[in-house]
Ligand binder design. Structure first.
Ligand code: FA5
Length: 344
């Protein structure tokens, strides 16, 4: 009986050696320790032995069963630990690797300049209005004191939609639309796109203006100067100076073109020992047109020019953005080249 148990022990050891998986172990366990297992049968046979033999053989059989149980459990545990270790290694995180950077967008430099201009005027008490991109000639020209035979129409290089409709060439028609619909006092701005047949490094066929106008009793040129000074100082810095140059617009009298001291050389006309190329060594940069609203414009909207006065101005926003961010070619603003846009 002892020899049978020894042989069985060796056989089980062999079988366990050949095991590679939990399923293999389970098959071995059932084959030897299951209800009809070989060792189970042997242990059942112990009862039939002579009484003096039973204790010793019983003990041997029990010891073998315990060893096999322990061996199976140990193998299971070891493999489980190995699998876990393997998993941990596979999932190991290198916390020193750089994180994933998600691409994110930002506001276009033109939108940023437009938003900033609008915010400055809103903070000064101006309300925001919009007008149609497709305008009639009356609002874009006639009501602004530009009759059809007026030479100023040539300056606007107009895109025609049909005989009487055009793409607005400036934001000034919004002055007419607002004044037609309400009485003074009015402090309004009208930001938006305008269109002209014009295309080079400083001119684009579609560009943006912010129109501004203020109408009340006894509005003066001094008020205009105050509002525009505040605007350019907030937009370009407190040291920025203003210069009014006499000019002509049919819808304002007197009219002025307004320059700011050069944002690059600060008016010194030179930078780093060389002449300033941005202001072409003049020390000044033109940024907007303005003036006192012409009596003919007030008459067109039914206001009495003997009673009300007002000022108006029009800022080209591409020009503002180019000066603010040092952009030398207006077309960069519309090409959507990410290498350019990511610099802002
Ligand atoms: C006007 O359009 C007037 N309506 C401005 C005005 C309003 C004057 C109210 C008086 C009272 P002007 O044509 O100069 O004026 O254009 C104004 C600004 O628009 C220019 O200073 C310039 O900065 C910008 N601008 C004009 N044409 C272009 C263009 N093709 N591309 C980009 N910016 C332009």
């Amino acid at each position: 009986m002892k020899a049978t148990l020894d042989a069985l022990g060796a056989e089980i050891e062999n079988a366990l050696d050949g095991c590679r998986s939990d399923e293999d172990l389970e098959r071995v366990r059932i084959a030897y320790l299951g209800r009809k297992g070989r060792l189970t049968e042997v242990m059942r046979g112990v009862g039939a032995l002579a009484p003096e033999e039973r204790p010793a053989v019983g003990e041997l059989a029990n010891a073998l069963k315990r060893r096999v149980d322990e061996c199976i459990t140990a193998l299971r545990e070891r493999w489980k630990a190995e699998r876990r270790q393997h998993e941990l290694e596979r999932e190991r995180l290198d916390v020193t690797l750089p994180g994933r950077v998600w691409p994110y967008g930002h506001v276009h430099p033109l939108t940023a300049a437009l938003d900033e201009a609008v915010a400055i005027f809103v903070s000064l008490g101006f309300s925001v209005y919009e007008g149609p991109h497709i305008e009639d000639e009356y609002h874009n020209f006639e009501a602004l004191n530009i009759p059809s035979d007026h030479p100023a129409r040539d300056m606007h290089d107009t895109f025609f939609v049909d005989h009487t409709h055009i793409l607005r060439t400036h934001t000034s028609p919004v002055q007419i639309r607002v004044m037609e619909n309400q009485e003074p006092p009015i402090a309004a701005i009208a930001p938006g796109a305008v269109f002209r047949h014009d295309d080079d490094v400083t001119h684009s066929p579609m560009f943006h203006q912010v129109e501004g106008f203020l109408v009340d009793r006894a509005v003066t040129f001094g008020d205009l100067k105050g509002v525009l000074s505040l605007f350019v100082q907030r937009m370009f810095g407190d040291d920025t100076r203003l210069r009014f140059r006499p000019s002509f617009f049919p819808f304002t009298e007197p009219s002025a073109e307004i320059d700011i001291s050069c944002v690059i050389c600060g008016g010194a006309r030179a930078v780093n020992g060389g002449t300033c190329r941005v202001c072409k060594a003049t020390g000044w940069l033109e940024i907007l047109g303005a003036g006192m609203i012409h009596p003919a414009v007030f008459r067109a909207v039914g206001y009495d020019p003997e009673v009300v006065t007002g000022f108006a101005f029009g800022v080209g926003i591409e020009r503002v953005a180019m000066l603010k961010y040092g952009i030398t070619d207006i077309r960069l603003l519309f090409q959507n080249d990410l290498r350019f846009l990511r610099q802002f």
